[in-house]
Design a protein around this ligand. Structure first.
Ligand SMILES: C[S@@+](CC[C@H](N)C(=O)[O-])C[C@H]1O[C@@H](n2cnc3c(N)ncnc32)[C@H](O)[C@@H]1O
Length: 197
């Protein structure tokens, strides 16, 4: 079970600094729809929207506004079709295997000049190896930028920008020793031009 957040589209655009890319995009993908706040705003802007989630309940709520794909059928995404993809507050809930599964299928779905805007929790305290179920559920999976680079490159992409946006401490009041530091990072990813299409 994941917390269903509702980050507004404006926060995505500010976080990744992709206002002009969004203006120009005709097709946008959201990975991890949550309360669909951003998707509803994209639909008002008349974008063609694709949505991926692990939860059919979340997807069914946006089925009138988007083309929906459960993550188990992500390979059905049409290739070479997306201008701009967002994954926000998702990477910290998924292990490397699932993260690679996303990248391997989302990168070929990007148009040649399309970009994948990837929000992730950066490692500050050596916590990166805990990718178990409890870490997934609390959104506690953190990664170094070099691990992100490795996973992106192994999946057929490359990073054009990776920026720290915010840093702080996640407190665990019940057990302060479990509190951990984090940084939110904004990576902008493209697919290799050597890929087909
Ligand atoms: C914390 S919410 C973020 C929602 C939205 N992006 C936001 O910023 O408000 C995480 C979302 O990711 C979805 N999710 C969890 N695991 C996933 C996976 N393996 N693949 C795709 N979506 C997943 C959850 O169902 C949920 O909708």
């Amino acid at each position: 079970m994941f917390w269903l957040t509702g980050t507004p589209l404006s926060q995505y655009l500010d976080f990744f600094e992709v206002h002009s890319e969004y203006e120009e995009a005709s097709t946008v993908l959201e990975v991890g729809v949550g309360r669909a706040t951003a998707i509803k705003q994209m639909s008002l802007d008349k974008k063609e929207i694709y949505a991926i989630d692990i939860s059919d309940t979340a997807l069914n709520k946006v089925s009138a506004l988007t083309k929906i794909y459960n993550v188990g059928e992500i390979e059905k995404l049409p290739s070479n079709s997306i201008d701009l993809a967002f994954s926000f507050l998702v990477a910290q809930h998924i292990n490397d295997e699932m993260f690679t599964h996303h990248l391997t299928h989302i990168l070929p779905a990007l148009k040649k000049d399309g970009i994948f805007c990837l929000h992730y929790a950066g490692e500050l305290d050596g916590n990166k190896n805990d990718q178990g179920q409890a870490a997934q559920e609390r959104g506690g999976i953190v990664r170094t930028s070099s691990l992100i680079q490795e996973l992106v490159e192994d999946s057929g992409g490359f990073i054009i920008k990776d920026t720290v946006r915010q840093a702080g401490l996640v407190p665990y009041e019940a057990n302060p020793e479990k509190s951990y530091e984090y940084s939110w990072r904004a990576a902008i990813v493209r697919r290799n031009n050597a890929n087909p299409q």
